[in-house]
Design a protein around this ligand. Structure first.
Ligand code: ADP
Ligand code: MG
Length: 578
């Protein structure tokens, strides 16, 4: 006989007042009529990590019409939406005054501004499943059975009813959510045929409230985005219809302008344009080529066997630039490693902001060339490689030829020579100043010599060694955690992710930690190179969903990109390659 809600209630009343381990008896599945409650993991004591539960409702009970999940965009957006309502309602009913430790906690991770695939809500043709955590209530270390019964047999059914049934949710809001995701995906998919690497719709709101608050800036001083006529592109989207905005052409694009005129804000919006945004965010129709990677200097990082020769060669200590290693990279070597590693896993757009770049890697002007001649300078600056990048052959059959760069540069006009498009930000609005920049370049030659080889060298492949990844702490169990967006805790190693700009959710960081372990266990076979290992992990997740990362079926994970996974691997201080 399958157990029922009543059985659970009786059981909880029976263990009331007993020692906390008595809660272990409630593990199992319970039929609640409308749905099944699955108690997967029961915490060992009130202060331990909370218990993990799931609720599963047949699709017929949830009543979501088939068109709410008729495409991949929609089904991800539906799951994301349900995670928002479910987590919001969890916060409303969670009552921490119910006892000691985590007693009374009812929680699901609260999503931010991006619409992302999340393991906290799963949707199939048959069912909808929500995964959450519960702090089973205790007085000291004794079971509070009645409070537990109130939570599991009253609060949880209330939550399910209010948030997972089509008739009870805000259907208009859901519809807007699905449409926003579908439009953004459609827009992003059209970029290649338009020969664009980014698009920003007129009327978008780019600035954010603060460095720690990603919601749109709300003030009468916000200047809505408006494209210059020469870069204006019009597209027709499935729901928004005809939309006009600024197209950023493939090639080399400079964003120039005075300090505080909105250059970095524009670039940040492009960084985030690899993700879809929720309605009201202001960046719903700001999209970027999905392979765009933010590049920055990151001194102090580790670099393992990276071929940095396109930018740095003939180092004074005779270290091998074809397989460069350091435990403490400089500004220029760290930025170079970031570029080469991004290209290695298929990045086709590089985003650079002078605020966070190493100046000596970006430029070397005529006067400096005259003073420090080439044999004494290992660096070939980015300016002499950026055009070669635009003609690099495709990495995969799906990717187009060439790597584009979008650079925020207020300080050096030398780049006018190598740019295809120059956008000037003035009081937060873009102007196309390509012609003026080219005229100035003709009138004022830089006098500098082009440095480095005329062609991009073929780079050393790196084969990761599985044994260089150890997810265990001592001899104990696998231990993989996240520290907000800042670090992956992998065994006893802390992988510093603070310079990896395009992570937006702690669930991505957790997922990346698990993905490293999956890569180690399954795909690092001494034959696959870094790109193939990362690709194999991404394909496994594409096939099996986020549950490929953890057989415990938890709600902890959020989808991430190959670039951020590679970034974690490359920053692991024990990582080694052959
Ligand atoms: P820059 O990189 O050119 O020095 P930032 O992008 O850092 O400038 O922007 C400077 C300030 O202006 C920031 O506080 C930002 O929030 C604000 N800002 C940017 N864009 C807008 C806009 N469209 N409307 C209002 N404020 C903006
Ligand atoms: Mg700036």
């Amino acid at each position: 006989m399958p157990q029922t809600e009543t059985d659970l209630e009786h059981l909880l009343h029976r263990i009331d007042g007993k020692g906390y381990p008595a809660y272990k008896d409630i593990r199992g599945n319970y039929n609640f009529g409308d749905f099944t409650l699955l108690v997967d993991h029961v915490q060992g004591d009130p202060f331990a990590a909370p218990s993990r539960l799931r609720v599963r409702l047949p699709m017929s009970v949830t009543g979501f019409p088939p068109d709410t999940r008729a495409s991949r965009s929609r089904s991800i957006a539906l799951r994301d939406f349900l995670a928002r309502v479910f987590s919001g309602e969890c916060s409303a009913v969670s009552d921490r005054s119910r006892g000691s430790g985590k007693s009374g906690l009812l929680a699901m991770d609260i999503p931010g501004q991006e619409i992302l695939e999340r393991s906290s809500v799963m949707v199939t043709d048959e069912f909808v499943e929500a995964r959450f955590v519960v702090g089973l209530p205790a007085h000291g270390r004794r079971v509070l059975g009645r409070q537990a019964a109130a939570m599991l047999c009253h609060d949880v059914p209330h939550l399910v009813n209010k948030t997972l049934k089509y008739t009870h949710i805000d259907q208009k809001r859901l519809d807007a959510h699905l449409k926003a995701a579908e439009d953004a995906d459609a827009l992003r998919a059209r970029l290649p045929e338009l020969n664009l690497v980014g698009f920003m719709a007129n009327g978008s709101t780019l600035p954010r409230r603060s460095g720690v608050d990603d919601r749109p800036l709300r003030s009468e001083n916000v200047v809505p985005f408006r494209s210059p006529d020469s870069l204006r592109v019009e597209v027709t989207l499935p729901h928004a219809g005809r939309v006009a905005g600024m197209g950023i052409p493939a090639g080399v694009t400079l964003i120039v302008g005075g300090g505080y005129h909105g250059k970095s804000t524009l670039l940040s919006a492009l960084e985030r344009g690899v993700y879809n945004h929720i309605p009201g965010d202001g960046r719903e129709l700001v999209v970027t080529n999905p392979t765009a990677v933010k590049i920055r200097a990151e001194d102090g990082r580790r670099v393992e066997g990276v071929d940095i020769r396109p930018f740095i060669d003939n180092l004074p200590d005779h270290s091998n630039a074809a397989a460069f290693r350091t435990d403490n990279a400089s500004g220029s070597t760290s930025q170079t490693a970031n570029i080469i590693e991004a290209l290695e896993v298929g990045a086709r757009v590089l985003l650079l902001d002078e605020d966070t770049c190493a100046t000596n890697l970006m430029i070397r002007d005529a006067r400096m060339q005259a003073l420090v001649e080439k044999p004494g300078e290992p660096i070939t600056p980015f300016i002499d490689r950026v055009r070669q990048l635009t003609t690099l052959p495709p990495v995969q059959t799906e990717t187009k030829e060439g790597v584009s760069s979008i650079l925020v540069l207020g300080g050096s006009g030398d780049y006018f020579d190598v740019a295809d498009t120059v956008v000037r930000m003035d009081t937060y609005l873009p102007y196309d100043v390509t012609k003026e920049a080219k005229a100035i370049a003709a009138q004022h030659p830089t006098g500098r010599q082009i440095e480095g080889a005329r062609t991009w060298p073929s780079l050393t492949r790196r084969i990761p060694l599985a044994e260089s990844l150890n997810p265990r702490k001592g001899k104990r169990e696998v231990s993989i955690k996240a520290r907000a967006l800042r670090a992956v805790l992998f065994g006893s190693e802390e992988i510093d992710m603070s310079a990896v700009a395009q992570l937006v959710d702690e669930g991505q960081v957790r997922a990346i930690g698990q993905a490293l372990n999956l890569a180690r266990e399954k795909f690092m076979d001494n034959h696959r190179d870094v790109a193939a290992v990362v690709e194999a992990v991404m394909q496994e997740i594409a096939r099996q969903g986020l549950d490929a990362l953890d057989r415990r079926q938890t709600g902890d994970y959020v989808a991430f990109r190959a670039y951020e996974l590679a970034a974690a691997l490359n920053r692991l201080r024990t990582f080694s390659v052959r």
